[in-house]
Design a protein around this ligand. Sequence first.
Ligand code: MIG
Length: 646
Amino acid sequence: MVQKYRFGEPIQTDSVVEELPISSGLPQYGTWEAGDTFSFRCRLKDTDMVFGLGEANRGINKRGYIYESNCRDDDEHFEHKRSLYAAHNFLMVAGEDGEVKGFYFDTPAVITFDIGYTRQNEMTVTSPWPNLDVYVIWGESCISVVKQFRKIIGRSYIPPKFAFGYGQSRWGYVNENDIRRVVAEHRNAGVPLDMVYMDIDYMQDYKDFTINEERFPDFPAFVREMQAEHIHLVPIIDAGVKVEKGYPVYEEGVEKGYFCKRADGSDFEAVVWPGVTHFPDVLNPEARKWFGDWYRVLLDAGIDGFWNDMNEPAIFYTPEGAERLRGRVESIFDGEEGISVDNLPWICREIKNNPEDYASFYHNIDGKQVRHDLVHNLYGYNMTRAAAEAFERLVPDKKILMFSRSSYIGMHRYGGVWTGDNKAWWSHLLLNIKMLPSLNMCGFLYSGADLGGFGENTTRDLLLRWLALGVFTPLMRNHSALGTREQEFYQFEQTDDFKDVISIRYRLLPYLYSTYLKAAYEDDMIFKPLCFVYTEDSVAKNIEDQLLVGEELMIAPVYQQNAEGRIVYLPEEMMLVRLSGEQPVETEILAAGLHFVKVALNEVVFFIRKGYTIPVAPVAEYTDAVDYDNLVMVGYKDRYEFFEEV
Ligand code: MIG
């Protein structure tokens, strides 16, 4: 049962697609207040668990910490961070008695979830902005609440099939030859590859929808050359449009009034990669259409995939912010505080993504000027929606790969997400595992992390272990930052190990693709915590480093340095499957309970649930080459039902 309540006069986010009547009164659960600010408060029983919040920090069970939805470009995903790039305001309180209550707080503004942080038996949800819709969902299990929620927010995005292949990326491939080398190294070594990503350096001076012609003299020809190799090029698009006379995106946007404005009506300026930029007002449907149409430049060149970046939107600084900084520094020099190593780093840091800047520009929503900070969390969502709506108009018969850094619920219908600038840390491999089910609860099925780690220097074993998890994540992309150790497979010793692991993705592709479609059409999750399925198992609820994948599998990724394997908990008898490259499938039936399972660096191990079966294909070098006619059935039966797209 889903009930909708309205507080104040909310700005519509379009995250919910089902029309529901607005219930009168207040929900029969907890304490609700909407005056100058909004708050919801409820008791948590000792045994209650809390799930949800999508792309958020910390565990699968969110209890015990405080989280905030305030989309932010922050590349330091430390354990204490409350907010990352996304705002996914759905959560569930699951009681021991099996009763589950779901809450979706549909507000475009900042909102805070104190889940047993201030007081261990209390959950408090607060927002300074008291205009929002709240949906309360009652169910008899977490899955039932998730499915009801997913139904009202609409079907998740389904990417083209090639998007289930392996992708190599790096901030630092600047020209055709850099990309040719990546492709040649993979093809020559027989390491599968479907996509190469193009980061900001392909553009002319970081201008969206331009190509640097020195680096890519005949871009359409280069796209065709890559297509002949079965490679899809996936360029990045940033939110900010460079201010430059004669640059048509800028000229048109100014002329039509499609950029975000300051209070005085002038176009707001933010410095990002291109220097001074304007932000397209993607919350205004006309401007959104206009911005989306620009993707045509790349579609026309043969491009069929994009990633949208910097769309929180990220601000390095504004001219006003620079002045504030000057004032601050001068007052320190002149005053008693004095400059020191304690204050200087903080003062300098404040210039980036500053709240005052977010409160100083406006959107045009239905003819009204709306201050950005009241709708901040909708920006990345609507930038991606701009692109997806344009694809519908421009190439209705084609599926386009699209994923975004910033997101809000609702965007899950238009594209996927990657989880931003993690680091080459073992702890971030574990965080990746924990985020996957939460993302699925909120509708984000096409998702993945930067495998190997984006920031800092990776190591051979970390990358191999992370790829072994990536084998199961719909987005499987190795990406890293400029200046870090290069992490293409060929930068390491014994490259066959990488070939073995990446190949397994292609052997499992028929299963993974079918599972994805099933989850999308049935409003289901791909990745589930064990306790969602083994609801009566008192151990399962303590396990956050193993996940169910689809109906059939369980994974238990290795995420520790030097580990030869790991301890795995089996809630019931399962069949262990060990794959390595094109080796025949090795299986072993294991009894319920704890096992130490060895996993070599070139292997992927997973578990088939009792009674189930999956198809396994021969190794292929790209998705189109996967041979569906020669599948082997692995598991307890000799048949697997493929989910057919309807
Ligand atoms: O300020 O385009 O998260 O994936 O490589 C950094 C450069 C901007 C952040 C993205 C990252 C990308 C990088 N971008």
